[in-house]
Design a binder for this molecule. Structure first.
Ligand SMILES: Cc1cc2nc3c(=O)[nH]c(=O)nc-3n(C[C@H](O)[C@H](O)[C@H](O)COP(=O)(O)OP(=O)(O)OC[C@H]3O[C@@H](n4cnc5c(N)ncnc54)[C@H](O)[C@@H]3O)c2cc1C
Length: 282
């Protein structure tokens, strides 16, 4: 895998569908679920978006054939959102139709705030059309409390994360403490009124908060899940699964793995540290 092979091997499952399915199978063997993400974003070319769709159709079929406990996570800009919204919708619906055949769920990742409203609108429309689909909410955004209220009302399955994009201060909290406090408040709101929420974080304090909130509400463990990125906190994820929690691992794969690292390192220096910390601690 070239110059970054050491990093890539730990954080990316491989370059093809087979590697992703095998990674998911290994995770299933450890009692963990998976969500497969074919790496890429900001497609500049309609043909490229078709390649992405073809890959997702292949991975959804393989998940079904091999009886893997996994779903997929897609990015709307990879399906053409910044080129042509109709192209993106057509692409997304092809993927949703395929997933529907095996009653599988499709997660739509959240990208920068430039796409938040369009992404939420598209996911809500797809859900209304009868597809099993759910969005991601970022606790760094000030708007997220209102979004969670709306999504709870609609009964959509939400993944909560802190947010990986550098955002303008007006739209986002700039202090880490505020992002964390908002994460905890949104987690409580999702446990109170949400449908099968997913808590994506490697942060022990956030995890402990979710566990406390769920216990206080007597939420059954199967009604929510924790999610972590492939290659990070491997010991912790096993502990959570052993404690009886559902844990899903985000498994990125594909040949466009370089931007996956570059974007995080370039956009936010904390993410470079985050990758390094992941390599040093397990
Ligand atoms: C499954 C999943 C899906 C995601 N999807 C999206 C998405 O759609 N959109 C988006 O914008 N972002 C997404 N993200 C990224 C997310 O927004 C954050 O940028 C990223 O997860 C880092 O935030 P954190 O909550 O893990 O905690 P951080 O703020 O990075 O870390 C907080 C604390 O957690 C502990 N910690 C973190 N990592 C380790 C480690 N390896 N070992 C030991 N301790 C550690 C440390 O105490 C650290 O101080 C996703 C993340 C995950 C896990």
């Amino acid at each position: 895998m070239g110059v970054l092979s050491f990093l890539a091997r730990r954080f990316v499952a491989g370059e093809d569908t087979f590697s992703a399915i095998e990674a998911a199978r290994r995770l299933n063997g450890e009692g963990l679920k998976a969500t497969l993400n074919f790496l890429g974003e900001e497609s500049r070319d309609p043909e490229q978006t078709q390649g992405t769709v073809a890959e997702y159709l292949r991975s959804i079929r393989k998940i079904g054939e091999k009886e893997i406990d996994a779903n997929i996570s897609v990015k709307l800009t990879q399906l053409g959102l910044s080129l042509d919204q109709q192209l993106c919708l057509d692409n997304l619906f092809l993927i949703l139709e395929e997933a529907k055949k095996t009653k599988n769920f499709v997660r739509v990742d959240m990208e920068s705030s430039a796409y938040t409203q369009r992404t939420l609108d598209i996911v809500a429309a797809a859900s209304k059309a009868g597809f099993l689909v759910g969005p991601v909410i970022q606790s760094c955004l000030r708007r997220s409390q209102k979004d969670v209220e709306d999504l709870n009302r609609l009964g959509l399955r939400v993944r909560l994360c802190k947010g990986a994009y550098k955002e303008p201060p007006g739209l986002a909290f700039d202090q880490r403490r505020e992002v964390d406090e908002n994460y905890d408040a949104l987690a409580a709101a999702l446990l109170d009124g949400g449908r099968e929420p997913a808590f994506a974080t490697h942060d022990d304090r956030r995890i402990a908060h979710v566990v406390r909130c769920a216990a206080a509400r007597k939420t059954v463990r199967g009604r929510f899940e924790f999610q972590m990125l492939y290659g990070l906190r491997r010991r912790r994820r096993r502990e959570l699964a052993r404690e009886g929690h559902q844990v899903r691992i985000y498994v990125p794969y594909g040949t466009h793995w370089l931007p996956y690292f570059y974007r995080r390192i370039r956009e936010r220096k904390e993410n470079a540290l985050f990758v390094l910390k992941g390599m040093l601690s397990d």
